[in-house]
Design a protein around this ligand. Structure first.
Ligand code: L3W
Length: 424
């Protein structure tokens, strides 16, 4: 099994520039800058079928193709790495940032070249202090080696790269809120269209890609689109960094063929449930995805299969809920997070999420009624897709609506017994 993104990563260690180069690092940049026009790089990535690994799964090559490329294109153009990994239960990008920073930097150079960008930023989660130090040092090394700066490798192309650490708000992972944050403004999402590809940072063409997405690029350029497709166990190309957290024997993150089944990931890689616990539900890709249950364990963890089962692949990092955990308390905890992280820009999210949180708290304490269930169901509609500027509130409704579907008996038991049956 090939694991191109993680094969050189050793626990607790960072691959140095020298080690990265010895393993073939920066060969893709050398190859492409000398031999290929930017549009050819775009085509290679389009052909590879790479989809965004941040949660949405949008085609990377198609996203790039929206960037104006003619001589009259409005410069500077920007390439941004979204490293604001704050989705609950998601810790895959951290492994790449800390373990192989030059792989990411090389991927960013390739992406920037493909859209003829002039300036690039790594927008990094505030809490990732170690990753910040590693990235700062690695960017300096890449400048010193001539991979960044003026006249890169003698080709006449210039690219600057800066590290920007956020201030710890979930909304900054939303691409347009991230742009506002970088501009020094309040981090609220912008209306789309216009999409950032046309009007992004300071109104200029901008691409925002996730850490894992960008880290795939050197391998696609070195080995080709057909190879990248062959890595997968499904229609979607490549490998995926899958993660598991919760009461399993070995929580962790593993790079596996895209489309590996949920059962294999949980039972084989995560070692199955910890002794004395049974699996009750799984959020397949971070907290803002719909619950799946034991009956879904054999689905392939790819974009289409997870959607067909009624959820989303999201970040591919699963949160496993066990049978000793109260689903009402679990979902209340998630809604507490989402309500706290709402930027307050649009009314349904600002007002709706704290209301949902309050209803769930009442239910959890045995003070709820059947009307509360109806109210919650109503909120899943009002806060659903199309009613808000961004995906925060609709994402928050996904675990709630699926909990009401799969764990309705638990909600009803709280109402009937006037207390939490799990002893909370
Ligand atoms: C041009 C169109 N471009 C879409 C581009 C768009 C963006 C990308 C994805 O949220 C999801 C969300 C979270 N013309 C386009 C277009 N694009 N239509 O494609 O866009 P979109 O709107 O599908 O998603 P999004 O707003 O970027 C991302 C989910 O990810 N999520 C959250 C993950 C959080 C992290 C983290 O902590 N860092 O990864 C987990 O599931 O709920 O659904 O670039 O411009 N017509």
């Amino acid at each position: 099994m090939e694991q191109p993104l993680t094969k050189n990563i050793k626990a607790g260690q960072t691959l140095s520039l020298k080690e990265y180069e010895q393993a073939g690092g920066y060969a893709a940049v050398r190859k492409v800058l000398k031999n290929n026009a930017p549009q050819e790089v775009q085509q290679m990535v389009k052909d590879s079928g790479l989809k965004g690994r941040g949660g949405a799964g949008f085609s990377t090559g198609i996203k790039w193709s929206f960037v104006p490329m003619g001589d009259d294109a409005r410069h500077p153009k920007y390439l941004i790495c979204n490293a604001d990994e704050m989705e609950p239960g998601t810790f895959k990008d951290r492994l790449l940032l800390e373990g192989n920073p030059h792989q990411l930097i090389e991927g960013m150079i390739l992406a920037a070249y493909a859209i003829k960008a002039d300036i690039s930023y790594v927008f990094l989660r505030w809490a990732y202090r170690q990753a910040a130090e590693i990235m700062e040092r690695s960017i300096s090394e890449a400048y010193a080696a001539g991979y960044l700066g003026k006249n890169i490798l003698g080709t006449g192309w210039n690219l600057e790269m800066y590290l920007h650490t956020g201030v710890g708000r979930y909304i900054c992972g939303e691409e347009t809120a991230l742009l506002n944050a970088l501009e020094g403004k309040r981090a609220t999402p912008r209306a789309k269209p216009p999409f950032p590809q046309v009007s992004g940072l300071y109104g200029k063409p901008t691409i925002v890609n996730n850490v894992e997405t960008l880290s795939c690029l050197p391998h696609i350029i070195n080995n080709g689109a057909v190879w990248f497709k062959s890595l997968s166990a499904s229609e979607d190309s490549g490998t995926k960094l899958y993660g598991v957290s919760g009461k399993v024997k070995r929580p962790g993150v593993w790079e596996l063929p895209l489309g590996t089944t949920m059962r294999e990931i949980i039972e084989e890689y995560a070692g199955g449930m910890a002794n004395g616990y049974r699996l009750k539900g799984v959020l397949p890709g971070g907290a803002s995805t719909d619950f799946l249950t034991e009956e879904h364990l054999d689905i392939k963890m790819d974009y289409t299969s997870v959607a067909a089962a009624g959820s989303r692949l999201g970040t591919g990092t699963m949160i496993v809920m066990d049978d000793a955990t109260c689903p009402v308390g679990f979902v209340h905890n998630l809604q507490h997070f989402f309500a706290q992280e709402s930027c307050g820009w649009c009314t349904p999210c600002r007002e709706g999420l704290p209301w949902v949180e309050k209803i769930l708290l009442g239910l959890e304490k045995g003070k709820g009624s059947t009307e509360d269930i109806e109210l919650l169901q109503m909120h899943t509609q009002y806060l659903g897709p199309g009613n808000t500027y961004c995906a925060l509130a609709p994402g928050a409704m996904e675990p709630l609506q699926s909990a009401l579907k799969y764990f309705k008996d638990d909600f009803m038991a709280h109402i009937e017994k006037h207390k939490c049956p799990y002893g909370n």
